[in-house]
Design a protein around this ligand. Structure first.
Ligand code: AMP
Ligand code: GLY
Length: 348
């Protein structure tokens, strides 16, 4: 099973298949759904998949010329892989002009959509697919969805995020048409905006999400190896996945400054304490330096916990976070707030 997008885009799945080996992931051709925003938007248009109105600007001058065709805020996206950092939501004309200068060309320019963001991921064997539980990521660096976009600052996984009818509509209008057109294999991740006009697709990823994986895995009860083998064999059929009832929640601990420049090599303390408190600590940007564990990336750790309701899952995750320290440590304090307000009437 392939984790990150870069080897998928470079064709690791094609090479395994050519060698007669089993693998779970999309071909390079299908990984372009994530690897190129222009290709992806043109694919959505061709297959009538609901998405934000857009145009492709080939040059910076064309992007500047096209600005008046969009209301503010307007969304600007670079074409290629950018680790979650190639998208700018510009709230003023000055911001939009600055974003065009920063991002360069070609660019996708698109209508800003309002609503709740949802990550909906399925495992597909090219014909059939099995959905994973829905999640909500928190992409902005700061509390209250302020600050620049990141690769993900935290997530929760809760079956209440989508009603059955929402799920059906997403599968019917977005997932099924894509699998039918591409025989997509592997994890197809739909980044959705739940708008007043129904679910619209912001982007596809061709893999599991980060930090969605952490919260999904925390709730999964089924035999993962068995599911992957069935997917690799084209034998998913009507596979079902068993889930823990209670939600799970994960808080990402980042290096100070991320997603801008940040330092590496700061000693990390407290992981054992966090695990002892009942949280699961997934490591990402870490390295060993002698006997020490040190920071070695922007997103350093993902502290994850479950609970009988979202409030308990959140309390458990933040109890784990409070055990951990390193120089420059930053995290959001409001992961899960939207869900708490919506379903558990928590006044925050
Ligand atoms: P993307 O990589 O396309 O998912 O964009 C990254 C993030 O930018 C998304 O998760 C949203 O938070 C935001 N975003 C992207 N496109 C739009 C849009 N059309 N309207 C509102 N927000 C958007
Ligand atoms: N959490 C968003 C991503 O993995 O792209």
């Amino acid at each position: 099973m392939v984790g990150p997008e870069q080897p998928l885009v470079e064709g690791v799945v094609d090479r395994f298949l050519a060698a007669g080996r089993k693998i779970v992931g999309p071909t390079a051709a299908n990984a372009r759904l994530e690897g190129s925003k222009i290709f992806a938007k043109q694919f959505f248009a061709k297959h009538a998949i609901p998405t934000a109105r857009f145009l492709v600007a080939e040059t910076q001058a064309a992007a500047l010329d096209a600005l008046p065709q969009f209301d503010l805020p307007v969304v600007l996206k670079v074409d290629g892989l950018a680790a979650g950092k190639g998208v700018i939501v510009a709230r003023t004309a000055a911001e939009a002009k600055a974003a065009i200068e920063t991002l360069g060309a070609p660019l996708v320019m698109e209508e800003f959509l309002e609503g709740e963001e949802v990550s909906f991921i399925v495992l597909s064997d090219g014909k059939s697919c099995v959905p994973l539980e829905p999640c909500q990521d928190h992409k902005a660096a700061l509390d209250g969805d302020q600050g620049p976009n990141t690769g993900g600052m935290g997530a929760y996984c809760d079956s209440r995020i989508l009603t059955n009818s929402d799920t059906q509509r997403i599968v019917d209008t977005i997932i099924e048409p894509t699998i039918r057109a591409t025989q997509f294999t592997g994890f197809l991740y739909a980044g959705l905006m739940m708008t007043s006009a129904g679910p619209k697709l912001l982007e596809f990823n061709a893999r599991l999400g980060d930090p969605e994986t952490q919260v999904i895995m925390h709730r999964m009860q089924s035999n993962w190896g068995d599911l992957l083998l069935r997917a690799a064999n084209g034998d998913l059929g009507d596979a079902q996945i068993e889930w823990n009832e209670g939600p799970s929640l994960c808080v990402v601990l980042t290096a100070g400054g991320y997603p801008g420049p940040f330092a590496r090599g700061h000693r990390i303390a407290g992981i054992a304490g966090a695990q002892a408190s009942g949280a699961t600590v997934f490591q990402a940007g870490t390295a060993r330096e002698g006997a020490d564990l040190v920071t070695n990336g922007g997103r350093v750790l993902a502290v994850t916990a479950g609970g009988e309701d979202l409030q308990k899952a959140r309390d458990n995750a933040y109890a784990g976070v409070s055990q951990i320290s390193f120089e420059g440590l930053h995290y959001r304090r409001d992961i899960g707030s939207k869900g708490l307000r919506r379903w558990e009437q928590v006044n925050l």
